[in-house]
Design a protein around this ligand. Structure first.
Ligand code: SF4
Length: 331
């Protein structure tokens, strides 16, 4: 293993300045994905910047009625927080469906957003991978691609984003707060991650040195109806083949508002804006769910081993929409 330095940051600006001064540094907090990557020689930073002691581990109510979650709050603490469980239950369910209890106890909110794909070819340096080494090729295209993308992929990369939490945050219109050398800025979670395009080595829109400091949840009247449905090969410690975050409010059997995002199908959580617009004003019934899911997957481009994901996504969405509508019905 290549030797690397270590520095512990005592403030967010100190962390940022360290990262800018030595741009092949890597932030580390919980380390649940970073250490895996170091051990597999995927990342060879000159220095680790330990941000785990920064004062970013509170969950607080905001003046607009929402919630601000510090970037260092553990996945377990978010999932079990009374305010999250009561007002944003699908976020709690999404987090609890991911990883294992031991990993959730140390994994942080910021790290969860920044975890990298679990494409097996990315983790095995014997195979070509454009994400690990740009312009080297994509072994998954002609390889085993059962777990890979059906939406938004490119010829350069067909990987999917592995986070469950990010799918729920995308449906909830959450915002990522980041700090860099020019101060603090906010990025909607739906715009935080990139599609692979020609540069699959970049997963997010973070600038050099920028550090995630918090995630903000807006007040969300529909969030209590939220459903997170995850379909996977085994019941725990397994990444999604397909997951759905759905929130639907219904009055007199008419859909007032719907929020939908898919996981396990693209390089980023896949928000379904057009399908949401289609649902508004429609009857909350089986025909509507079926037509909405057809619309949602009309641009799907399955690979040699994952045609099943198209139908699986449709069935999962129908189920999640139905369950959420039942929770969100006023009459
Ligand atoms: Fe690498 Fe992406 Fe291809 Fe996987 S899908 S081998 S991560 S380029």
């Amino acid at each position: 293993m290549k030797q690397f330095g270590y520095v512990r940051a005592h403030s967010t600006q100190e962390a940022v300045q360290n990262a800018i001064a030595q741009q092949d540094s890597l932030y580390i907090a919980g380390g649940t994905n970073v250490v895996d990557r170091l051990k597999a020689f995927l990342d060879e930073p000159s220095r680790l910047i330990d941000v785990s002691r920064l004062d970013l581990n509170q969950i607080e109510s905001t003046s607009d009625g929402g919630v601000k979650i510090g970037a260092l709050v553990t996945n377990t603490a978010v999932a079990n927080h009374p305010r999250i469980r009561q007002d944003y239950p699908l976020l709690s369910r999404a987090i609890l469906s991911g990883a294992s209890q031991q990993i959730r106890n140390v994994a942080t909110v910021g790290g969860n957003l920044l975890q990298r794909t679990r494409c097996p070819y990315y983790y095995d340096t014997a195979f070509a991978c454009n994400k690990r080494q740009p312009h080297s090729g994509c072994s998954a295209r002609e390889g085993i691609n059962r777990m890979h993308a059906i939406l938004g992929a490119s010829e350069h990369c067909i990987a999917v984003h592995p986070s469950d939490m990010a799918v729920a945050l995308t449906a909830l219109d959450a915002v990522v707060e980041v700090e860099g050398s020019n101060g603090v800025r906010e990025i909607p979670v739906s715009q935080f991650h990139r599609l692979p395009g020609e540069t699959p080595q970049w997963d997010s829109h973070l600038e050099v040195g920028e550090l995630i400091t918090a995630v903000k949840l807006p007040p969300h009247p529909t969030a209590k109806t939220g459903v997170y449905l995850k379909l996977r090969d085994r019941a725990s410690f397994s990444f999604a083949l397909v997951s759905v975050a759905a929130m639907v409010s219904v009055t007199n059997n008419v859909i007032q508002k719907a929020y939908l995002a898919l996981g396990g199908v693209a390089h980023k959580p896949w928000r379904l804006w057009e399908t949401e617009a289609y649902l508004q004003g429609k009857s909350a019934d089986a025909e509507t769910w079926q037509q909405a899911t057809e619309m949602a997957l009309q641009d799907a481009q399955p690979l040699s081993h994952n045609h099943f994901k198209v139908d699986l996504s449709k069935r999962a969405m129908e189920r999640a929409l139905k369950l959420s509508a039942e929770r969100g019905s006023e009459t």
